[in-house]
Design a protein around this ligand. Sequence first.
Ligand code: SF4
Length: 207
Amino acid sequence: MKLLNHLDAFITEETRLFGEILLSRSPVSNHFLATHRKDGDCHHDMLERLTTVQEVRDLAKFDEHGEYRPLKTAPSLKSGWLIEESDIESFYLKIDAIYPAGFAGTVKYLEKAVDPVPLRRTLDRQTGMYQFAKNITDTQANQIMRDTCAKGCLRKIAWPLDEQCAVSHLPEPGRKIPIICLEACTFAVSEARRLAREAYDKANALS
Ligand code: SF4
């Protein structure tokens, strides 16, 4: 099934949650609708209509305090807006501007068309100053998943720790459509480097 057909099939009159976005279809016009989850009960006239992809990109750039959002799946998307489209392609492009490659990754994962990359393979590939990241222990890796990923990101991790670990299979989406993390991002790699470096410096200071 094509990506756009998947999105079309996911969106019904009953709202579904994708990250912080509520997706639904208008029972009156049959248009595709998206709002921030905080605005689920707001009258649409009270929300700012985002009519171009650039407007949506601009929205996703900064949080409500004006701080830059380097990680687009951080739980800090501004509220107060509405996307309404009659065609699925225009709608998809706007959703993709909020969570780049988010829906495409989820569909690939659900179709088993892509293998999540084990964390250790990602770390082993690092070069330059990031090479140090490969020295993290399993405990530190779990710390990254708990403190960096689970607290600061809406993606659901599908990658295993190493080649020996089984890939986790997340359940079929219900009301919530997960944004799947198929490979550790630069934030997780940076954190791995920081933790490994800290442990190394501590060990050397003691010796
Ligand atoms: S590794 Fe994945 S889940 Fe963790 S912060 Fe990066 S994108 Fe989010």
